[in-house]
Design a protein around this ligand. Structure first.
Ligand code: FE2
Length: 213
């Protein structure tokens, strides 16, 4: 991805409301931290692709009504239909700016709401869901639980991990969850930010002269 396209998408996340930038940055950092728990090559995804996908996974939400994103109460079926479009909207928006974006990256974004048991947005199940998307789904859920919402306070790290564990084998890949539960004390959580204006402090994507592809 070209640097200017990347920065345009980041600017969109930053300028939207509903805590989207903070969630995106935290989720990207957390996804990368989770990936590091696995020996290199264990999961069929490279760190840079996964970080980029995690950072941009919800960028399609910038096209949706912020009032809907922040709605505290239960959503109507129609509202759910709109929300469920956001992975496709994310990919469409990115493709519009970067038609060359590799399918291996857009697949991670498109399938970040799949469930291991096939009950997610597109109905993909098990290993048909890319491994990176399965890991991103866990980080996404963890980050949401660790954040304050208008309708509930944040969970502690231990409570959030317990919730993930409860949903292993149904919503989440039990192999990934097992490893994360065993080794999560190794995860540094200092970088998780509550700051809406936090800047991207993880620029390895564009390190050196060679831009990330
Ligand atoms: Fe999402």
């Amino acid at each position: 991805m070209k640097r200017d396209v990347f920065l345009t998408l980041v600017a969109q996340l930053k300028s939207s409301g509903a805590g989207l930038w903070r969630h995106s940055l935290n989720t990207a950092n957390l996804t990368r931290a989770l990936l590091k728990l696995f020996p290199p090559g264990t999961l069929d995804v490279c760190e840079e692709d996964l970080f980029l996908a995690a950072l941009l996974h919800d960028v399609g939400k910038t096209q949706l009504d912020p009032a809907l994103l922040e709605k505290p109460g239960p959503l109507t079926p129609q509202e759910w239909m709109v929300i469920r479009q956001h992975p496709s909207l994310s990919v469409a928006l990115i493709r519009q700016l970067d038609p060359e974006i590799p399918a291996r990256i857009t697949a991670l974004i498109l399938y970040h709401h799949e469930h291991w048991d096939g009950k997610g947005y597109f109905g993909l199940a098990g290993t048909a869901i890319p491994a990176g998307a399965r890991l991103l789904a866990i980080a996404d859920a963890l980050e949401a639980m660790l954040s304050n919402r208008p309708y509930r306070p944040s969970l502690t790290w231990a409570e959030a991990i317990l919730e993930i564990e409860k949903n292993a084998g149904t919503q989440f890949d039990a192999y990934l969850v097992g490893k994360i539960v065993r080794d999560c004390q190794m995860i540094e959580k200092d970088y998780l930010t509550e700051n809406e204006t936090a800047s991207l402090t993880v620029p390895s994507l564009f390190a050196g002269s060679k831009p990330a592809q």
